[in-house]
Design a protein around this ligand. Structure first.
Ligand code: GDP
Ligand code: IMO
Ligand code: MG
Length: 425
């Protein structure tokens, strides 16, 4: 069987968690393949709301196995907090959660290095979530990292001490950041004792065996394609490959194993942290979207920057990912708009309008060519299936699908699991 992929086509927070949770019912395995606790995936089931950072969003479906792949960076302290949340809700996950031994560990000192690096950048800061993501991936590519598999090695303590000492040396080069290493280290050491009791696996064999046995596998992306380390708005990106190719590295599967690529697109656009955002509405309209959409980060609580849908940006990420279908989320947030604008082209430094993104979105003056669509100006709350939707909503979906040249197969009109409807082909 093939591995289907769900990932975000914008700057993250597209509603991936909700869609993974919904679609997980049709899969045997849900696997996170990159990122770490910088992710915040919200799932609302009835009146219960959960925010997952590392645990795959398939965990609420009984019988489904969940894999934290080798491409993920894992903070034992955060993971245990997630376990607490699941324990309190009576969700049984222990036998169904598998952690790849090649996944890298986030140490407390990685977090301090993240904070120090951001402080040193001043105004040019990335706006990192400060979860230690960048420094951990740096140690991975620098061949210094500690992996889950090292936890059971007899010289783990020595490896840990060596890496910690290296970090403490580096921290001296940076502006002072406050930290309580002794306290955090104790929590971290306690947490790894629990991680050691979990199902630690050779992830690449585990996932490939599942594929060979005919199981349905779903890969869950974190962040968004515009935050990809290679193709995002560098340097204002995260430190992993968030696009489809990251699934192969992050789980150890061949490109030929990839099946459907389901791109999640929010009906407008948001970004949290610094960096270019061409269709940003730094005005009352942006404020209105933020208010209606409750656009505040699930991990950090920071206000998200808001803007209209950006077609060139989406065409770019559709190309990079090989998207075969789109799920559009948060359509209900547009319920109160007379008209809905969409950026269709870019004009850079007065040149002819194009749908191609420039090398660097910070280079030159980008003017957006926009098109207005008739809003529906009514609540979608009572709409349970596509036929119930106002004609303007149907037209908007059809227009976006034509502009993007990919079918929109589902739309989401509320945070709850049940608020999802299929779009007839
Ligand atoms: P993720 O990181 O891509 O999983 O997305 P987040 O969880 O960070 O942010 C998406 C937010 O939108 C969460 O609060 C979800 O509960 C919420 N959400 C998801 N889909 C919808 C939708 O269709 N309508 C509304 N109103 N909220 C949604
Ligand atoms: P989910 O999976 C939105 C952003 C940060 C910052 C940049 C780098 O919930 O969609 P990092 O902590 O990786 O060093 O931050 O990337 N960022 C996200 N923005 N959603 C996310 O994840 C994000 N994860 C990282 O705000 O600008
Ligand atoms: Mg999120």
């Amino acid at each position: 069987m093939a591995v289907d992929v769900i990932l975000g086509l914008q700057w993250g927070d597209e509603g991936k968690g909700k869609i993974v949770d919904y679609l997980a019912k049709d899969y045997d395995l849900v696997c996170r393949f990159q990122g770490g606790p910088n992710a915040g995936h919200t799932i609302k089931i009835g009146s219960d709301k959960y925010v997952l950072h590392t645990v795959p969003s398939g965990v609420f479906r009984e019988n489904i196995q969940n894999v934290i792949g080798n491409g993920v960076v894992l903070d034992p302290i955060t993971l245990l907090k997630e376990f607490d949340q699941l324990d309190k809700s009576g969700i049984k996950y222990k036998d169904r959660l598998f952690i790849a031994m090649k996944a890298h560990l986030i140490l407390p000192t990685h977090r301090y290095l993240d904070a120090a690096s951001e402080a040193a950048k001043g105004k040019a800061k990335i706006g990192s979530t400060l979860k230690g993501i960048g420094p951990t991936y740096m140690d991975k590519t620098g061949r210094n990292g500690l992996r889950i598999g090292d936890l059971v090695s007899p010289n783990f303590k020595a490896k840990y001490e060596a890496l910690k000492e290296k970090h403490l040396g580096m921290l001296k080069l940076y502006p002072d950041v406050d930290f309580d290493l002794a306290g955090e280290e104790k929590k971290w050491m306690d947490s790894i004792e629990i991680i050691k009791t979990m199902n630690l696996i050779n992830g690449e064999y585990f996932v490939n065996k599942a594929i060979k046995d005919g199981k349905n596998v779903l890969a869950e992306g974190a962040q968004g394609s515009m935050l990809d380390i290679d193709f995002g708005t560098y340097p204002f990106v995260t430190s992993s490959n968030t696009i489809t190719s990251g699934v192969c590295n992050g789980l150890g599967i061949a490109p030929s194993a990839i099946g459907e690529v389901i791109g999640i697109v929010k009906a407008y656009c948001t970004r949290v942290g610094s960096g270019p955002f061409p269709s940003e509405l730094d005005n009352e309209m942006g404020e209105k979207i933020r208010r209606l959409g409750s656009e505040f980060g699930a991990t950090t609580g920071r206000p998200r920057r808001c803007g209209w849908l950006d077609i060139p940006q989406l065409l770019y990420t559709i190309m990079l990912n090989g998207v075969t279908q789109i799920v559009m989320t948060k359509l209900d947030i547009l319920d109160e708009f007379e008209t809905i604008d969409v950026a269709t082209h870019y004009s850079v430094d007065g040149a002819n309008a194009t749908t191609e993104l420039p090398y660097d979105l910070c280079d030159g003056e980008i003017e957006m060519v926009t098109q207005s669509y008739q809003g529906w100006n009514t609540s979608l709350d009572k709409c349970d299936n596509f036929n119930d939707l106002p004609i303007e909503t149907k037209s908007y979906i059809s227009a976006m699908s034509s502009l993007l040249r990919v079918p929109i197969t589902m739309i989401s009109s509320g945070p709850e699991r049940r608020k999802l409807m299929g779009v007839p082909r």
